[in-house]
Design a protein around this ligand. Structure first.
Ligand code: SF4
Length: 340
C-alpha cells in the first residue's frame, strides 16, 4: 500500500477545528473524531503524495500513520488507490427550489387566525416541512382534521404535530393520517392515558404513515437553546447548506401563538403579524433573510469548531466587535476540545 495514495471516500468530509477534527460521513450519518495532526496530513500531504512519500517526509509517523489509515479503511472512511484523480469531490453547491423549506406554527386556538389560508400560502411558497405546535388543552377533532386536510395531496413532505396536552383519544390521534404523507404526532405531558401507554412500554407506535410518540417532558416552544450531540446532523443536504447558510434559520419561518412572524420563537425580533401581513411579503424582506446567510463559518467561536458543518442551532446572532456571536452560547469549547 506504500506506493499507493490514500483518499477519503467522496461522501466523507474532513472538518478541522482549533483543537480537534472530524471526518463526517454523510452516507452513514456518522462522524469520527481525529487529531489535528492526522487531519493536516489528510488535507495536505496525502492528497498529493503517496503514503511512502509521506512516511519518508515524516519518519516518526511510520507505524502510527499505518494504524490510522488502516482504521479508516476498515471502517470505510477511506481507501488506497493508484489513481486518486478518478475520484473527484462532490459538488457542494446548495440549492433549494422553494422560498421556504420549513415552517413552525404555534397554535392556541384554531379559530384565532385564518390558519387554513396561512397553510395554503406556505405551500404556495414551496414549503416542504411543517411543525404544528398545538398548545390548547382541548381541540375539536373535526376542526383539526379539516385544517390538516389541506396537506392532503399537497407538496408537503412531512407534518409534525406536537400536542402540549393529551387532548384527543388514542383513536383520534391515529386517524390524523394521509396515505401519501408522513405525519408524526408527538404528545407531551403525562395524563392518565399517556402514562398508561408509557408504562406499558408503548411509547412509539406506527400506523401506516403516522408515527405516534408519547413523551413525558413538557412542550415549551420558547425553551432556550440547549446544545448536545443529538443536534448534530450528518446528511449531505445539511452539510451543503451549512457551507454558506445557517441551517437552523435558513428558509424557515416561525409563527407564534399571537401571530407574530419570526425567524425563531426565542428571537426578540418580529417582522410582521399574520393578522395584517402576508407571510410572502415578510419572508422576502432583506431584514427577515439576513440571518439565513450567516453560516457557522462567520460566527467567531463556531469557525474554530470541528462540528460547524453538522451543528443545528436556532440561536439568534449578534454582531459585536467585528464578528458574529450566538446569543445563546453553547457549552462546547473548541479551543480545549471539551464540553462544559
Ligand atoms: S454552536 Fe458553534 S461552537 Fe458550539 S458546537 Fe455548534 S458549531 Fe461548535
Amino acid at each position: 500500500m506504500n506506493s499507493s495514495y490514500f483518499t477519503l471516500y467522496s461522501n466523507c468530509f474532513l472538518t478541522k477545528g482549533h483543537a480537534g477534527s472530524v471526518i463526517l460521513d454523510v452516507h452513514r450519518n456518522r462522524y469520527l473524531p481525529i487529531k489535528n495532526e492526522i487531519a493536516a496530513l489528510l488535507e495536505n500531504d496525502l492528497t498529493s503524495h503517496t503514503v511512502a512519500q509521506v512516511k519518508a517526509t515524516f519518519p516518526d509517523l511510520q507505524e502510527g500513520l499505518d494504524a490510522y489509515l488502516n482504521h479508516f479503511v476498515e471502517n470505510e472512511y477511506g481507501f488506497y488507490t493508484e489513481e486518486p484523480q478518478k475520484f473527484p469531490p462532490i459538488d457542494l453547491h446548495y440549492h433549494h427550489p422553494g422560498h421556504l423549506n420549513n415552517a413552525i406554527i404555534a397554535i392556541e386556538g384554531i379559530e384565532q387566525f385564518d390558519y387554513q389560508s396561512l397553510l395554503l400560502e406556505l405551500l404556495e411558497l414551496g414549503c416542504w416541512h411543517f411543525q404544528l405546535l398545538l398548545l390548547a388543552e382541548q381541540y375539536d377533532a373535526t376542526r383539526l382534521d379539516e385544517l390538516l386536510s389541506i396537506f392532503e395531496t399537497s407538496i408537503a413532505r412531512s407534518v409534525d404535530l406536537r400536542f402540549k396536552y393529551d387532548c384527543l383519544t388514542f383513536e383520534q390521534y391515529k386517524a390524523l393520517s394521509f396515505p401519501d404523507l408522513r405525519v408524526i404526532s408527538t404528545v407531551y405531558g403525562q395524563s392518565a392515558e399517556t402514562s398508561h401507554y408509557i408504562n406499558a412500554g408503548t411509547v412509539a407506535e406506527k400506523y401506516d404513515n403516522v408515527f405516534l410518540h408519547y413523551v413525558t417532558r413538557a412542550l415549551d416552544y420558547q425553551q432556550p437553546e440547549s446544545y448536545d450531540e443529538s443536534l448534530f446532523y450528518q446528511t449531505l443536504a445539511f452539510y451543503t447548506e451549512a457551507q454558506s447558510h445557517n441551517p437552523g434559520l435558513n428558509k424557515k419561518v416561525c409563527i407564534d401563538p399571537e401571530g407574530n412572524i419570526k425567524n425563531y420563537f426565542t428571537h426578540s425580533a418580529s417582522f410582521g403579524n399574520i393578522a395584517k401581513d402576508t407571510v410572502s411579503t415578510v419572508i422576502q424582506g432583506e431584514d427577515f433573510q439576513e440571518k439565513w446567510h450567516i453560516s457557522n463559518q462567520q460566527v467567531a467561536k463556531c469557525s474554530a469548531c470541528q462540528f460547524r458543518f453538522m451543528c443545528l442551532s436556532y440561536s439568534d446572532l449578534m454582531y459585536q466587535d467585528g464578528t458574529y456571536k450566538k446569543v445563546e452560547d453553547c457549552t462546547f469549547n473548541p479551543f480545549s476540545n471539551t464540553w462544559a
